[in-house]
Design a protein around this ligand. Structure first.
Ligand SMILES: Cc1cc2nc3c(=O)[nH]c(=O)nc-3n(C[C@H](O)[C@H](O)[C@H](O)COP(=O)(O)OP(=O)(O)OC[C@H]3O[C@@H](n4cnc5c(N)ncnc54)[C@H](O)[C@@H]3O)c2cc1C
Length: 383
């Protein structure tokens, strides 16, 4: 067993950490405050190679392994959740389905610009009445000649209404299966297609500088060739995409927890009360010790899950465990970090305030914590 990272992975971690500290940290608070998606940091993240990380160089990707992708996401999340969301959704949810299920023609057409970060792509699964119960999608697609006519709506879709967004993958009911259940298929809808509209959502508690949208399809016509993979495979494709996506949410939880810990340790050593640094009170030192321990365990479970994926071994159970555990570790670390900052931790000029809010999404997006427990229970044979 070898726990060391490769030299390339260490270099990647250092370069993404420097980038996040120098380019994202100085603007993160203001972007959050103003609920603004930054095209400037997006361009810089693209230039650093943060999109298409696990995609083969043949399609313009970086050809890296999944551990490297997790490390990069972790380092962005250590500084800011919104930017990490743009990267994680861009890679796992935007690029992932096209790369793993797209035809050669679709890959050639869409991936190079997504991998260079010139374009973004949305993952349209969630609907107003179909969240955890995603197979209950109501959006329909009816074949008319050689075109699909799509009607319905989606909600909470990341990266779907930026000026760079070139399209979305949308899960649609395309018929009824022999067993009477809905036939679900993924259809690619390009931005600008008549009858398709993506409207940006505002007023989020967290990830306020990340782009979130509602999607509307009103007799939206797309060519039959925009079907992703075989007709009827849509739900399976979406669930497989989420297995990978959960690793990136896990990386966001791990990075966010590390960010909370780093801030809390620094502050606790500097802040004095009763004539000594507050870290010298054992109750506070124990909080920091617990954070360090939990982060270490979270990193081990996340990297193991990524390693399984890189070895092409089954990783669904470990991905659900990593997502669940890392998001809950960040919950506890954000709580401790705010507590250690006292009243200042509740003020916007202290980054722990933003971490505390950003954490909550990790327990809800890409399958809530309850759904992760259902997935794990099934995979260990308990349910
Ligand atoms: C900022 C943001 C970005 C997002 N990005 C995307 C995206 O890019 N693409 C996309 O498709 N979706 C996206 N989502 C949607 C997200 O994945 C869903 O919000 C999530 O899956 C939960 O669905 P829901 O909100 O409808 O909650 P519900 O499914 O209504 O759940 C409500 C509560 O009931 C619980 N619950 C539901 N079913 C069960 C059960 N069987 N057993 C026990 N408890 C249960 C849940 O755990 C939760 O606590 C995003 C959401 C947000 C907020």
């Amino acid at each position: 067993m070898d726990f060391s990272l490769s030299m390339e992975q260490e270099i990647l971690r250092n370069s993404v950490r420097d980038f996040a500290e120098n380019e994202i940290k100085p603007v993160a608070r203001e972007l959050d405050e103003k609920e603004t998606f930054s095209y400037d940091t997006m361009r810089k993240m693209a230039a650093l190679g943060l999109f298409g990380m696990f995609v083969s160089e043949k399609y313009g990707g970086q050809g890296m392994d999944y551990i490297s992708y997790a490390i990069a996401t972790e380092e962005i999340a250590r500084v800011d959740g919104s930017h990490a969301a743009t990267v994680a959704a861009g890679n796992s949810l935007g690029i992932g389905p096209l790369y793993y299920f797209g035809s050669e023609e679709q890959k050639q057409k869409y991936l190079p610009k997504l991998c260079s970060g010139e374009a973004l792509w949305g993952f349209g699964l969630t609907e107003p009445d179909a969240g955890s119960d995603a197979s209950n999608s109501k959006t329909t697609a009816v074949l008319d000649g050689d075109q699909w006519v799509i009607n319905g709506s989606k909600i909470f879709i990341t990266n779907a209404s930026t000026k760079l967004t070139s399209g979305v993958t949308s899960l649609c009911r395309t018929g009824t299966r022999e067993d009477g259940r809905p036939e679900l298929s993924c259809i690619l809808v390009e931005a600008g297609t008549p009858g398709f509209e993506a409207r940006e959502m505002h007023g989020k508690l967290m990830w306020r500088a990340s782009n979130t949208s509602e999607l509307y399809f009103d007799d939206c016509r797309v060519p039959d060739e925009n079907m992703l993979g075989p007709r009827g495979n849509g739900f399976h494709q979406m669930m497989q995409t989420l297995d990978g996506g959960r690793l990136s949410i896990g990386a966001m939880g791990l990075g966010g927890a590390q960010g909370c810990y780093d801030l809390a340790l620094k502050y606790s050593r500097e802040r004095t009360q009763f004539g000594k640094p507050i870290s010298n009170f054992q109750v506070n030192a124990f909080k920091l010790a617990d954070m360090a321990l939990e982060i270490e365990c979270a990193r081990l479970i996340l990297y193991k899950a990524c390693w399984l994926r890189d070895q092409q071994k089954p990783f669904g159970k470990e991905a659900a465990m990593a997502k669940l555990h890392c998001s809950e570790v960040m919950y506890r670390c954000a709580n401790h970090a705010v507590q250690l900052h006292g009243g200042y931790g509740l003020m916007k000029e202290y980054d722990v305030e933003r971490f505390y809010r950003d954490q909550k999404l990790l327990e809800i997006g890409e399958g809530t914590s309850e759904v992760q427990r259902i997935v794990i229970s099934r995979l260990i044979g308990a349910l």
